[in-house]
Design a protein around this ligand. Structure first.
Ligand code: UT7
Length: 333
C-alpha cells in the first residue's frame, strides 16, 4: 500500500456580520485611514459583538458548514484540534465546548496555543494523526474572538485585529497529496514583545490588573515586526529549498495576515508574484488563528488538485513556521 499522507479534503469559514471600518476607528482613537492602510493594509475587520457569543460559536458556524459541504456527520469526526488564543474559558478547552455544541460524540481533542502560528502547528500535529494510520477524520479549527482581549482605547493594537473562524478536515490520501513538509519554530525570548500580562498563573486577575488593563493584548509592534519579517521570510524560503521548489513551482503562498508589508517581504524572498499570494487582511484584519483557514476558504474555488501551497506564519511566543502541502481536490462552486 502507498504511504498515507494527510490531505485537506474540505475547508470552511465564518466571520461575524458586524464590520469595524477604519472610519469607525477614527472616531474611537487618534488614528486615520491613511495611516492604517499604508502601515498595515487593513481597511476593515469583523467583530463578534453579540452578547453571550464566544470563539466556539464562530467555530460552530464554520464547522457545521464544513460537515454539510463534505457530507459527513459530526459523529464521524475522531479528533478536534482547536487553535486559539481566545478560548471561551481558560478551561475547559474550547475543543470540548465545540464537540458538545456540534454533537461530535465520538471525538477527543484539545486546544493548541501557538498564537498566530497555531493553525500551522495544529495542521502538522493533525497530519501526524492521519499518517499514523489510526485516524481517518481529523478536524483542525483556527478561530479567535480577538475583540475580547483588545483595548479599544489603544491605537497600537485596536486597529490590527478582527474576529473570525476557519476549519479544515484532514483525511488519508494515497496519491502523495496533502501535507508534505513542515518547519516549525519557537523562541520564548519573544514573549516579552507580545503577550497578555494578567489572567494566567503568573498574575491572576485582580482589580489592580484590570485597572492597569493587563488583561488586554500588549504588543511592542516595532520589535515584533522586525522578527516577523525575518522569521516568516526565512522559513518560507527554507521550506522551498528543502523541497527543491522554485518560485514557478509554488502555486500559492498562504501567509498569516498580520501586516501587508510582512506578507510582501515574504513573497519577495520567495520570488513570488503578488498574484500568487492570498491576501484577506484588507477586509478581515488579523484574525490570529483564523487567518490561514479563512484564506483557504476564500480561495478554495481557485485551487486545483496538485497545486503547491506554502503556508507560513509568525506570532506571539515567538512562534513561526511554514508548511508545504499539495492541494488534494478541485472545487466546482
Ligand atoms: O500577528 C502577530 C504578530 N504581529 C505582527 O506581526 C505585527 C508586527 N508589527 C506591525 O505590524 C507594526 O509594527 C504595526 C502595524 C503594529 C505598527 O506599525 P509601525 O510602522 O511599526 O509603527 P510604529 O509603532 O513604529 O509607530 C510609528 C508612528 C509612531 O509615532 P511617532 O513616535 O513616530 O511620532 C506611533 O505613535 O505611528 C504612531 N502610531 C499611529 N498613528 C496613527 C501608532 N499607531 C498608530 C495609529 N494611528 N493607529
Amino acid at each position: 500500500m502507498n504511504k498515507i499522507t494527510a490531505a485537506i479534503t474540505c475547508v470552511n469559514g465564518y466571520v461575524p456580520e458586524n464590520v469595524l471600518s477604519n472610519q469607525d476607528l477614527e472616531k474611537m482613537v487618534d488614528t486615520n485611514d491613511e495611516w492604517i492602510v499604508s502601515r498595515t493594509g487593513i481597511k476593515e475587520r469583523r467583530i463578534l459583538n453579540t452578547p453571550g457569543l464566544a470563539t466556539s460559536d464562530m467555530a460552530v458556524e464554520a464547522v457545521n458548514g464544513l460537515l454539510k459541504k463534505r457530507g459527513i456527520t459530526a459523529e464521524e469526526i475522531e479528533v478536534i484540534i482547536f487553535a486559539t488564543v481566545t478560548g471561551d474559558m481558560i478551561f475547559p478547552s474550547t475543543a470540548c465546548i465545540l464537540a458538545d455544541k456540534i454533537g461530535a460524540k465520538n471525538a477527543w481533542g484539545f486546544d493548541l496555543l501557538a498564537a498566530c502560528s497555531g493553525f500551522l502547528f495544529s495542521l502538522e500535529t493533525a497530519a501526524k494523526f492521519i499518517e499514523s494510520g489510526k485516524y481517518k477524520n481529523v478536524l483542525v479549527v483556527g478561530a479567535d474572538k480577538m475583540s475580547a482581549i483588545i483595548d479599544y482605547t489603544d491605537r497600537n493594537t485596536c486597529i490590527i485585529f478582527g474576529d473570525g473562524a476557519g476549519c479544515v478536515l484532514l483525511e488519508p490520501n494515497y496519491e502523495g497529496l496533502g501535507v508534505v513538509d513542515a518547519i516549525l519554530k519557537i523562541d520564548g525570548q519573544g514573549r516579552h514583545f507580545l503577550h497578555q500580562k494578567a489572567g494566567g498563573s503568573l498574575k491572576p486577575p485582580t482589580h489592580e490588573t484590570i485597572d492597569a488593563k493587563e488583561h488586554y493584548v500588549y504588543q511592542d509592534g516595532k520589535n515584533v515586526y522586525k522578527f516577523a519579517v525575518k522569521g516568516m521570510a526565512e522559513v518560507s524560503a527554507q521550506i522551498m529549498e528543502r523541497n527543491h521548489l522554485t518560485s514557478d513551482d509554488v502555486t500559492w503562498l498562504v501567509p498569516h495576515q498580520a501586516n501587508l508589508r510582512i506578507i510582501d517581504a515574504t513573497a519577495d524572498r520567495m520570488g513570488l508574484d503578488k498574484n500568487k499570494v492570498m491576501i484577506n487582511i484588507d477586509h478581515f484584519g488579523n484574525t490570529t488563528n483564523g487567518t490561514l483557514p479563512l484564506c483557504l476558504w476564500e480561495w478554495e474555488n481557485k485551487l486545483k488538485k496538485g497545486d503547491n501551497l506554502v503556508l507560513s506564519a509568525f506570532g506571539g511566543g515567538f512562534t513561526w513556521g511554514a508548511v508545504y502541502l499539495k492541494w488534494a481536490y478541485d472545487t466546482n462552486i
